[in-house]
Write a protein that binds this ligand. Structure first.
Ligand code: 1CP
Length: 369
């Protein structure tokens, strides 16, 4: 198990018991039986929802993120539509890097882009420490608006070291991470200095989200699976461990996610989170074996199959649940984010089915939707 004790995991930063301590999500994170299978979707807000397109407005997504009313509304949309068991803050992994003025943007149809990518030690100064009050006021306000309104826990999040470093060094989304790996292997000292700054930014933004009321945090190291296990251990693990330990000190449960991480699961579990996100390539039973049953698992329906006819999708949902074999530490999710072309009605049917199967298994669900 993690370093956090059972008692401080159900208490939030101010030592007050989280009002969602007994929600299906938090119980699954503690691997406690008896509350059905909680379900939410990575990238459930935005992109695939028509109501998102209505409120998103002009400008880049970073403008919407900095507008608390709009960001809170976008966060709420999937809760109303799907009846999922968790909300995830509408933001992006690059928000803290943007907030300290590194010079990063989100280009429509592309993703994060930097005009002057990170290339040498002098670029470290462009990643100054976060000052939550002056840099993240919009985020604090968004979370405060949300916790007031939400009846399910809010998940706060940050980008993991490898994934954020990949955007900073490549300057755009990458397929092969050639520049990232070149810097990592040729100048390990600079790599570790960069990751240390990234870890401090992650701790800053996550702490801010938790202090404002987020009940759970997720570290998205989406692209870490591009590394072999020895390199993950040598170049990434200490930084992820630092971020997750800081969250344990706040008493908040932690989820750690990446895709293509089948070979890295033991290392990722060693970083200390209560739950590990698993993509669709690794059956949950295998993931549980590789992590020694110490962590809860989140996943792992193939997001592409949400586009298949319901008769196919329904079987896939049953298969994921069967792979988990009734283990209490399961949070149903996709193996990666919702694809933009997804039909929202299919996601709603998944939520209803997971809730129905969870109840039929004799696990009494307090608030089924
Ligand atoms: O203008 C737009 O609508 C652009 C699309 C978009 C959106 C809706 C981007 C650009 N980011 C977001 C929001 C976002 N990003 C959320 C909000 C919550 C939600 O949608 O439910 C979250 C959780 C993220 C996290 C994120 N951003 C990750 C980790 C999750 C994952 O998918 O692996 C990553 C890797 C990013 C970078 C990013 N931002 C945007 C895009 C298109 C990308 C990926 C680019 C690439 O393929 O490398």
């Amino acid at each position: 198990m993690s370093k956090a004790s059972a008692s401080n995991r159900s208490a939030n930063v101010s030592g007050v018991t989280d009002r969602f301590a007994n929600s299906a999500l938090l119980r699954a994170l503690r691997q406690e039986p008896g509350d059905g299978v909680p379900v939410w979707f990575m990238r459930q807000a935005g992109r695939s929802l028509p109501e998102y397109k209505t409120v998103r407005g002009q400008g880049t997504i970073l403008n919407a993120i900095q507008d608390p009313e709009r960001a809170a509304e976008i966060t709420m949309q999937p809760i109303r539509r799907y009846g999922v068991d968790a909300a995830i803050l509408f933001s992006d992994i690059v928000t803290p890097v943007f907030a300290v003025g590194f010079g990063i943007d989100i280009t429509p149809g592309v993703g994060p882009t930097c005009e002057r990518p990170f290339a040498s030690a002098s670029d470290l100064d462009r990643l100054r420490p976060l000052d939550p009050d002056s840099d993240l006021g919009f985020q604090t306000e968004t979370v405060e608006l949300l916790v007031h309104e939400l009846e399910v826990p809010l998940i706060g999040f940050a980008g993991g070291p490898f994934t954020l470093a990949s955007y900073l060094i490549e300057g755009k989304p990458s397929r092969d991470y050639a520049k990232v790996k070149a810097l990592m292997m040729s100048d390990p000292r600079l790599w570790h200095q960069l990751c240390d700054r990234i870890a401090d930014l992650a701790i800053g933004t996550l702490t801010n989200q938790v202090r404002a009321g987020a009940s759970v945090v997720q570290l998205f190291d989406s692209w870490a699976g591009a590394l072999r296990p020895e390199h993950y251990r040598e170049y990434v693990l200490t930084h992820s461990t630092k971020i997750l330990s800081a969250m344990a000190d706040l008493g908040v449960p932690r989820i750690h996610f990446g895709i293509n991480t089948g070979e890295l699961l033991p290392q990722i579990a060693a970083a200390g989170a209560e739950a590990i996100g698993v993509d669709w390539r690794t059956p949950l039973g295998d993931a549980r074996q590789r992590t020694g049953g110490r962590v809860a698992l989140q996943g792992n329906l193939d997001p592409a199959l949400v586009l298949a006819p319901w008769s196919v999708l329904e079987q896939e949902v049953h298969r994921v649940l069967a792979d988990n074999a009734g283990h209490p530490g399961h949070i149903f999710n996709l193996g990666h984010g919702v694809l933009p072309q997804t039909n929202p009605d299919q996601l709603k049917r998944i939520v209803d089915l997971v809730h129905a199967v969870g109840s039929a298994d004799g696990q009494t669900k307090g608030t089924s939707s």
